[in-house]
Design a protein around this ligand. Structure first.
Ligand code: WTA
Length: 685
């Protein structure tokens, strides 16, 4: 690549933190864990020849196998159209409907099987089991209302701001049935954030719920809808209708007054559509299915646009072969449907395969950290899927809780962040009782589905490593100058994917230029080229590939601390801190230093009941030095009562970095625990 042909976007300009791609990786290689034979005996995919069938010379026709998992109204003519890079078009000429594939086609065989187990947060409220037939009825009635009462048609956008309730997949599928593009905004986001997304997507209809339970409280959610509509209006966009589901049907659980002519109580209005059926709309494969807003390194959130055909084929195949979902499985992904993980691996993937998918309303540790294991025991969940953040919280609050329950997982997933080997081993031994296979799946909102993961019936697991690329995905690691790092070199660089794949997003809504700039320009060999080989996809993560071909994800390119010219992955330092038995969470942030450029400050929280002491802090610093070297020695270790966290549970390192650097942490009101910021500031003085 020559730099003059492809100027770097501002967000990708090398900074002090990212100037060298080639660094030593200090996190030692872990030993393998073989998948249990009982797992392999029943696994969907055990044939190692799969990788030969998906080699680059079989590209793109190999992806027919993905699309063949679906029912098409009309078979496609062109597997991949690359005539306008990097706007790839998959399965061109094909016609399909996502709702039909997730609901209607299962009825002959699975009519009375549970599609969705809805688990309310209050434990005294009964679990609601929605069969495929009931799902079909509810989706049809809502689709009739959306079409006939709201006047919605294929290509229109609708914003959903819904909590984790069964009505959320019902609403998504009703939209998909009509070809209406849904844009679900995470319920924990503020009314303002929702309003921005309504305006950007130009949704005339907002669908919400009056209230929902979280952390033991019934939260008024409709009040956010009023703010969202006002915010959208300020941005010059009018919302005509707000459709409100009732958390307790027949009862209005919000303090706000419904706005005459705008607000509609859905449960009441739906009575007029009782028994109605709406034929699924046959859509071109590359019609948009949904938008998912996500934040980039800079700028406002971008609406990632995903297609019906390519996306659904991708999530169905990966659900079958990486999640190992069979129709008889009870599958629980504890993510929120407001994020991509929930779209792909709670709703579309599992339902395309006729599995039973669990939707849990509340906080995993409510009312106590035994809750997830009670739910798993009661529903006979055999596939469990969650994030390192949740695993760490459950380990902190109830390290022995899983041993008290008779759940049995055949398969467990971790996603969203690198997982420290110590945490992985607890997940494996205590949660999985040593009997479950684990997949560490690396992917992104933009990619629709998994990119790297072990194939659970084929590869051994290696704690802390995502594994090789999945069949059909061909990664490459470049250094900052655009040189390809030799495969298996163990050197860190910027991970890219060489080839297009069906799950990849199609564009950024209303901002195709930013799509090209942010994801495809950095390592593009020739902007005029019509050859996909010249357009590697830039994921924005640092990664290294070990000699065995396994990838380890080191975090975002900007999650790197450059100490005296040594680039250190924040996760490596945190993982070292977690080796200290007292420590339950660790977060490292860069602090400016005149001599070294940056030095790490390390924040840790302790297991319940332990008293912070200088001795523990010293032990943590010693562990970091032991594991990585004196270069990584934290400037100081601050023992805090809890980390500042987003509503989705991610540690806000930005806030800690501001405190460490003596800066204003800015608006912290959207944190799950804003009150913690003051106490941390006092401790870090
Ligand atoms: C990070 C979530 C390490 C990564 C599906 C990526 C991971 C970002 C992993 C995307 C993993 C995701 N190991 N890091 N298994 N999975 N990430 O868009 O930095 O919310 O770029 O999608 O999460 O986050 P997003």
């Amino acid at each position: 690549m020559s730099d003059d042909k492809s100027p770097r976007p501002a967000a990708q300009q090398p900074t002090a933190e990212v100037s060298e791609a080639q660094i030593a990786v200090h996190w030692p290689e872990e030993a393998y864990f073989p998948p249990p034979p009982q797992f392999i005996a029943q696994a969907n995919l055990t044939d190692p020849d799969i990788f030969a069938r998906f080699s680059l010379d079989k590209f793109p026709e190999c992806f027919k196998e993905f699309a063949d998992l679906l029912d098409w109204y009309k078979y496609w003519e062109t597997t991949l159209d690359t005539s306008n890079p990097p706007f790839w078009r998959w399965f061109v000429g094909g016609r399909i409907n996502a709702c039909y594939n997730c609901v209607d086609r299962h009825l002959p065989k699975y009519r009375n099987k549970t599609a969705i187990h809805f688990v309310p947060e209050p434990e005294h409220e009964a679990v609601h089991h929605l069969t495929y037939q009931e799902l079909y009825v509810r989706v049809n009635e809502l689709a009739a209302l959306l079409r006939d009462f709201c006047g919605l048609k294929a290509g229109d956008r609708v914003t959903l701001h819904m909590p984790m309730v069964a009505e959320l997949p019902v609403t998504m599928l009703a939209c998909a049935r009509l070809g209406v593009i849904h844009s679900q905004v995470f319920s924990g986001f503020s009314g303002k954030a929702c309003g921005d997304r309504i305006a950007d997507s130009e949704s005339r209809v907002l669908i919400t719920m009056d209230a929902y339970y979280r952390g033991g409280k019934l939260l008024d959610h409709k009040e956010k809808a009023d703010i969202a509509v006002d915010e959208a209006a300020k941005a010059g966009h009018q919302v005509d209708k707000v459709l409100i589901w009732q958390r307790h049907p027949g009862q209005y659980s919000s303090a706000t007054t419904p706005v005459e002519g705008r607000d509609v109580l859905l449960n009441e209005r739906l009575r007029q559509y009782r028994g109605q059926r709406v034929a699924p709309v046959s859509l071109p494969a590359e019609a948009p299915l949904f938008l998912m807003y996500t934040s980039g390194t800079t700028g406002r959130p971008k609406g990632c646009q995903h297609s019906v055909g390519g996306y659904l084929a991708y999530v169905a195949w990966t659900s079958k072969n990486i999640q190992d979902i069979h129709p008889e499985d009870v599958y629980w992904c504890m993510a929120d449907i407001g994020w991509i993980t929930g779209h792909s691996y709670i709703v579309y993937g599992p339902l395309a395969l006729a599995a039973s998918s669990v939707v849990y309303e509340g906080v995993p540790t409510h009312p106590d950290p035994g809750r997830p294991w009670r739910i798993a025991e009661e529903l006979d969940v055999n596939i469990f899927h969650t994030s390192p953040t949740a695993i760490r919280a459950l380990r902190r609050d109830g390290p022995d809780e899983p041993t008290k329950y008779h759940h049995h997982f055949k398969h467990m997933t971790t996603v969203g962040e690198p997982i420290e080997p110590e945490v992985w081993k607890w997940y494996h031994k205590v949660v999985g009782k040593g009997a479950a296979v684990i997949v560490d799946t690396w992917w992104q909102t933009e990619t629709g589905g998994f990119l790297c993961s072990t194939v659970p019936g084929i590869h051994p697991m290696k704690p802390g490593s995502a594994g090789p690329a999945i069949p059909g995905i061909h990664p490459v690691i470049y250094d900052d100058e655009g040189q390809e790092l030799p495969s298996g070199s163990g050197m860190a660089g910027n991970i890219c994917i060489r080839n297009p794949w069906p799950g990849a997003f199609q564009t950024i809504w209303k901002d195709p230029e930013r799509y090209v700039r942010q994801y495809y320009s950095r390592y593009c060999r020739d902007p005029q080229s019509k050859d996909w080989r010249d357009w590697p996809y830039l994921a924005g993560d640092g990664a290294m590939q070990a000699a065995d071909g396994y990838y380890r994800i080191l975090g975002r390119i900007d999650d790197v601390i450059n100490v005296a010219g040594h680039r250190l992955g924040t996760k490596e330092i945190e993982s070292a801190a977690l080796l200290v038995p007292e420590v339950v969470e660790a977060a490292v942030v860069p602090v400016s230093d005149d001599v070294k450029g940056k030095v790490p400050d390390l924040y840790v929280s302790l297991k319940p009941g332990l008293v912070p002491s200088a001795a523990i802090a010293d032990k943590v610093a010693a562990a970091v030095v032991d594991e990585i070297g004196a270069i990584a020695r934290p400037r100081r270790v601050v023992v805090v009562p809890d980390m500042p966290k987003t509503r989705s549970g991610k540690i806000m390192r930005r806030v800690l970095a501001a405190i460490s650097n003596g800066q204003d942490p800015g608006d912290v009101s959207t944190l799950a625990n804003p009150e913690i910021v003051g106490s941390i500031r006092d401790l870090a003085k």
